[in-house]
Design a protein around this ligand. Structure first.
Ligand code: PLP
Length: 280
């Protein structure tokens, strides 16, 4: 039960957060979730690049990326992660720092960095083999969703609504167009073409999204990054979600509408298999 806190590896029970930590009081923090498949972190560099960007966009006093990377490796080594044969994930959070409560932050605060690894709760196999349901909800988030901020209340509320409706995910809709899931990106397949909304400020450009696009392009599928309306989503041949813990997950029903034949599509299954190979 060892965790990392700003330069130290300590017992979880000793890892206290200051009550005036801005991450705690203002959700003034950013994070990353990195999958560790068979003991090896998947695209750690890309995750850290994204973390750095989130930090820059919010004017955090970010440490050097090389230093963070070393801290990650040291921590993972210390907890024996690399020798593990179980799948787990590494959670990294950076808060702006600690200072007396005030909306406007002081310049140059020392960021508080925490990380810990935890075993991944395996998802039911039928989610991947038979597909899941999703619901559509209005996207009530702010307009800087490319920043991976810990301010996740709209996502939290929307995910709970999905759970209550017996669905896996809520797909968010802004001005008639889909953006992404609460913790995943959305893809559709239309006449053999793989389509996903472009990486604008309204979505988080997922590491899994990028990997799946790379795979699809390598396999020779035509790929487009273009806006997808609600109607277009519901009429698609195939729909799937991507994410670090979601991997490639077929969606077979959205708001009582069946997608395609109501079972995972051929291209989805192919990409799912290739992604799995890449990770394991
Ligand atoms: N979109 C949102 C809002 C997310 O929170 C996440 C991941 O948690 C994703 C997309 C998928 O990103 P990644 O593939 O990097 O996990």
């Amino acid at each position: 039960d060892k965790v990392y806190r700003s330069g130290e590896i300590i017992r979880r029970s000793e890892a206290a957060v200051d009550i005036e930590d801005r991450g705690f009081q203002f959700a003034d923090g950013i994070y990353e979730v990195v999958a560790i498949w068979n003991g090896s972190p998947f695209r750690l560099e890309e995750h850290l690049q994204r973390l750095m960007r989130s930090g820059r966009e919010l004017d955090f006093n970010m440490p050097d990326i090389g230093w963070i990377k070393e801290e990650c490796s040291d921590y993972l080594e210390e907890i024996n992660c690399f020798s593990g044969d179980r799948d787990s994930y590494l959670y990294i959070q950076v808060s702006r720092g600690v200072s007396p409560r005030s909306h406007a932050y002081e310049d140059g605060l020392e960021p508080e960095i925490i990380m810990y690894a935890r075993e991944l709760e395996p998802k039911p196999e039928e989610y991947f083999s038979r597909g899941v349901r999703a619901i559509l909800l209005p996207d009530e988030r702010w307009s800087r969703c490319y920043i991976k901020s810990v301010a996740l209340l709209p996502n939290v509320m929307a995910k709970k609504k999905a759970k209550k409706a017996g669905a896996y995910e809520s797909i968010l809709v802004r001005d008639g167009f889909i953006t992404e899931g609460t913790s995943s990106n959305v893809f559709i397949v239309e006449a053999g073409e793989v389509i996903t909304p472009p990486a604008t400020n309204y979505i988080l450009n997922g590491i899994t999204r990028r990997a799946v696009l790379e795979i699809a392009e390598k396999l020779g599928f035509k790929c487009s990054r273009e806006s997808v309306s609600r109607q277009r989503l519901l009429a698609a041949d195939e729909v799937f979600l991507t994410g670090t813990t979601t991997e490639v997950m077929p969606v077979v029903e959205i708001d009582e509408f069946e997608i395609g034949e109501g079972s995972p599509g051929e291209i989805t299954s192919r990409l799912q298999e290739e992604y799995w190979q890449l990770c394991r």
